[in-house]
Design a protein around this ligand. Structure first.
Ligand SMILES: Nc1ncnc2c1ncn2[C@@H]1O[C@H](COP(=O)(O)OP(=O)(O)OP(=O)(O)O)[C@@H](O)[C@H]1O
Length: 339
């Protein structure tokens, strides 16, 4: 449903020098630098799937979403949404997609929210019944009633984002492009957006591509993940597989007995090898290392006969931890090696 093939985007930015003289020189000299926002990114999202498009700040996420939305022309490569080049037939494309750009509004700044919805429904040739049905659903989940009559410019960020999400979903788009859709929302409203998107997606089989720095958005909505770094795709797979890729695991062990935790830690370190073992309490040690070594079984075997184990915990790595390590790895000099 969504395809990006070797997309590149190079922005040309005029270099500005400081001060008035610098500004004048900037006007006449052609001192231009190139910013490679996308550097051959490729990925696809099958119909009905919900994919998170992730990466550090400046990785190229918004640029990709803009290319898919048809508001930006790639320098090379191509993308297709529902089999269509986003730039080829803008009108048909706009009816296929719903877009939320968290950092900018898609609504009419001076018009009441209600009026924006009415215009959008007309632009998309919606039947009156469908428009009313959707408005009822959005009112119910996002509580739009209190803001419906207010001009967009008077809304708080959170209120505006509620209206933006509703506007993007109003015409039952087949593809939903969400760029930071919960920015500025409190916890309850974030959950409301998750609920709305999930309800709509389940009912209509909508394909979703989401960028967010909020782990809760990703885990609540998405099943697959594409990670980009410096404009290139460095990981594509299911969310579950990504979680299994955690480079380290932790096992925490509580025990009773006379042995001091420093002594036990040193013994476990020697026994297992290639793991970090630290003291985490009066009678508690923490073992951290590669998933095949830092296992409850290995730790139990290492302390067997020395102490009585009173508790043992091996927490699953969180998505935040896995992403952090992936971002750190891709930021290292051998960039793109996980591609
Ligand atoms: N219009 C533009 N002109 C020049 N450079 C741009 C433009 N838009 C984006 N860039 C640059 O392209 C790169 C990718 O930007 P993009 O906004 O796609 O990143 P992002 O992954 O969405 O980041 P963030 O998480 O901070 O929103 C950045 O280096 C950015 O400065």
């Amino acid at each position: 449903m969504i395809e990006a093939h070797e997309l590149t985007k190079v922005f040309k930015v005029r270099k500005m020098r400081p001060g008035l003289w610098g500004a004048v020189r900037g006007l006449v000299s052609a001192d231009v630098e190139e910013v490679r926002a996308l550097d051959g990114v490729s990925f696809s999202v099958p119909a009905g799937e919900r994919t998170a498009y992730l990466g550090v700040n400046g990785a190229g996420k918004s640029t990709t979403i803009k290319a898919l939305a048809g508001v930006l022309t790639p320098t090379s490569g191509h993308c297709r949404v529902a089999g269509r080049d986003p730039r080829a037939d803008r009108y048909a494309h706009s009816r296929t997609i719903g877009v939320v750009f968290g950092h900018r509004t898609q609504l009419w700044w001076d018009l009441p929210v209600e009026e924006s919805f009415r215009i959008l429904a007309r632009l998309h040739d919606m039947s009156k019944e469908d428009a009313v049905l959707n408005r009822k659903l959005f009112d119910e989940v996002l509580d739009l009633g209190e803001i419906a009559h207010r001009p967009v410019r008077t809304l708080s960020l959170g209120q505006r984002m509620r209206a933006e999400v509703a506007a993007a979903l109003l015409h039952n788009p087949r593809v939903l492009l969400l760029d930071e859709p919960t920015i500025g929302l409190d916890l309850l409203l974030k959950e409301a957006v998750h609920e709305l998107v999930n309800r709509v997606v389940a009912d209509r089989g909508t394909t979703v591509l989401l960028t967010s720095h909020d782990v809760a958005d990703i885990t609540a909505i998405c099943e697959r993940v594409v990670v980009v770094d410096s404009g290139r795709d460095v990981y594509t797979g299911s969310l579950d597989d990504l979680l299994r890729q955690a480079p380290t695991r932790t096992v925490r062990l509580d025990y009773s007995g006379d042995i001091e935790p420093e002594v036990l830690a040193s013994h476990v370190r020697q026994d297992i090898g290639r793991v970090e073992v630290g003291v985490a309490g009066r009678r508690r040690i923490k073992v951290e290392g590669p998933p095949e070594l830092a296992t409850p079984q290995r730790v139990l075997a290492a302390v067997s006969g020395l102490v009585a184990v009173t508790d043992l915990v091996a927490p699953e790595p969180t998505l935040g931890e896995v992403l952090r390590s992936l971002y750190v790895r891709t930021a290292e000099p051998a960039r793109g090696s996980t591609r």
